[in-house]
Write a protein that binds this ligand. Structure first.
Ligand SMILES: NC(=O)C1=CN([C@@H]2O[C@H](COP(=O)(O)OP(=O)(O)OC[C@H]3O[C@@H](n4cnc5c(N)ncnc54)[C@H](O)[C@@H]3O)[C@@H](O)[C@H]2O)C=CC1
Length: 464
């Protein structure tokens, strides 16, 4: 699940300072590709300063210009920007709008839950028709939309990263049924909620800054969705063709999409099961693209994880799931021949295996060093596959790291080998492993921009 490293999008999210440090769950922590539908509610005037819907992104318009002062690049970076590029712009370099937006966010941060609740109350009261775009239970999803909006607003000056993030977000929203006309109504409710709770700082100038930011944000998303519509479906149906229970709670699930599904090794997809409509969870592809078009995911059933439990314990061949578009930037750069240092913890071994296959298919002889961590021998459910790959490929080395007592955690094991400073590093696994792994790898000399992983926040969301 998850856009890795350097991106704000989905599973592969940012490494460094975004989401890998701190509590990883803060309201304004940049995170990987959010999953929530960005829809909204139009019409009634918001509370406080009057914000007419007309001032927000015009539905369906693809010609709206970015507001003055906000730069919207036209080019998408080839790879997502490094996590550290998401670091907040320092006050002295921030635009006036960014300063006002951050001031609002500081004001509402302590009451984030209330802002979220009020936002959805406004949305669903004003636009009850939009309720059906969201899951029946909002528990796991309720704050995702607002988080995404606020993340984007906070990084309004960080154009390159922001645009890549928003484009990804806009494409990803197609599967929710989000349409261009939903954006202004969401914007109205966002501003309604912020103006209610940021009373200490809210004034006409602040509102204007939010309107400009939201207009830019929504236009980038609308345009990306429109462009994507010309070349890809909003979602894919995929039939489960194999279901292999490897342990009591880990299944390897293979699906056949109803149409070609282009992706890159190291990416992930969001998956919706028939049992939990509109609840989407990210899973990394466990193989590089195959000639038969099949896709494989490794799923661990986690406590209270509706989707993961359904996929492990209920799903059977013949069942049909839905897939969102591929996302994530934890991919191999084939223009270089530097070695790959890969840390896969638990089911995090899935995208690592895909990366190994990708290197093999490119016929290169790059060194690939895999550290595969698990709590017990039994939990190394895919070690046979990895050892077979090692036998076939002399450039590949696979080491298992068992961490039953928590004495030797996976990242620590890497220190005993090396040197690693000329390697590109790939981390995939539980959020704690990624956080400590990024620290360890930086300490042993790998620069942040060569450390790739999916966003920790997305990973947290993935488990379900
Ligand atoms: N693209 C990605 O990053 C992917 C991430 N995942 C995530 O991987 C996780 C897999 O869960 P499990 O199999 O239960 O893993 P687990 O909890 O059994 O841990 C697996 C390995 O990670 C290490 N680890 C765990 N917490 C650590 C910490 N705080 N510091 C250092 N090392 C730590 C353990 O030592 C062990 O070697 C899930 O959270 C899942 O969402 C799964 C697939 C892809």
């Amino acid at each position: 699940m998850f856009e890795a490293r350097h991106t704000m999008d989905a599973p592969t999210a940012s490494s460094a300072d975004n989401g890998t440090s701190g509590d990883g769950g803060g309201w304004f922590t940049p995170h990987a590709q959010p999953e929530a539908p960005a829809d909204a509610v139009p019409a009634r005037p918001t509370q406080g300063a009057a914000t007419s819907p007309a001032r927000l992104a015009s539905a369906g318009s693809t010609a709206a210009l970015p507001p003055a002062g906000l730069r919207v690049p036209v080019q998408r970076p080839a790879r997502s920007a490094p996590p550290h590029s998401l670091a907040p712009v320092r006050a002295e370099t921030a635009s006036p709008d960014a300063v006002l937006i951050r001031r609002t966010m500081s004001e509402v941060a302590p009451v984030a839950d209330k802002v979220t609740s009020y936002f959805y109350a406004l949305l669903f009261v004003r636009h009850p028709d939009l309720r059906s775009l969201f899951p029946a239970s909002m528990d796991t999803q309720r704050d995702r939309l607002l988080k995404a909006l606020l993340t984007a607003a906070e990084h309004i000056d960080n154009t390159e990263v922001l645009v890549a993030y928003l484009q990804n977000l806009g494409r990803g929203h197609r599967k929710y049924g989000t349409r261009a006309e939903h954006y202004p109504v969401v914007g109205e409710c966002l501003i309604g909620a912020l103006s209610k709770y940021a009373t200490g700082v809210w004034d006409a100038e602040t509102e204007a800054a939010w309107v400009r930011a939201y207009t830019t944000i929504s236009q980038v998303m609308i345009d990306a969705a429109a462009a994507d519509e010309l070349r890809a479906p909003a979602w894919w149906f995929a039939e489960i063709v194999a279901h292999d229970l490897r342990t009591s709670n880990v299944a390897v699930v293979t699906v056949r999409p109803d149409q070609p599904y282009p992706f890159l090794a190291g990416q992930y997809a969001s998956v919706e099961t028939p049992w939990w409509p509109r609840i989407w969870r990210h899973y990394s592809f466990a193989s590089a693209p195959r000639s038969d078009g099949l896709l494989t995911f490794h799923v661990k059933a986690v406590p209270a994880g509706w989707v993961s439990n359904a996929l492990v314990h209920r799903a059977r061949p013949g069942d049909v799931v839905r897939l969102g578009p591929p996302a994530g930037s934890m991919t191999v750069d084939h223009t270089t021949d530097s070695g790959l240092l890969c840390l896969g913890g638990g089911t995090g071994i899935a995208p690592i295996k895909a990366l190994v296959e990708d290197v093999a298919e490119h016929g290169e002889r790059r060194r690939v060093e895999v550290f595969y961590g698990a709590r017990t021998d039994h939990d190394l459910y895919d070690i046979d596959t990895m050892l077979r790959l090692q036998q076939t490929h002399p450039w590949l080395s696979v080491r298992a790291v068992i961490d039953q007592q928590g004495h030797l955690q996976l990242p620590d094991a890497v220190r005993q080998y090396g040197p690693w400073y000329e390697f590109d590093a790939y981390l995939s696994g539980p959020p704690g492993m990624i956080r400590s792994g990024v620290d360890v790898l930086r300490n042993i000399g790998i620069p942040s921009e060569r450390i790739w992983h999916d966003s920790v926040e997305e990973l947290v969301g993935t488990g379900g």
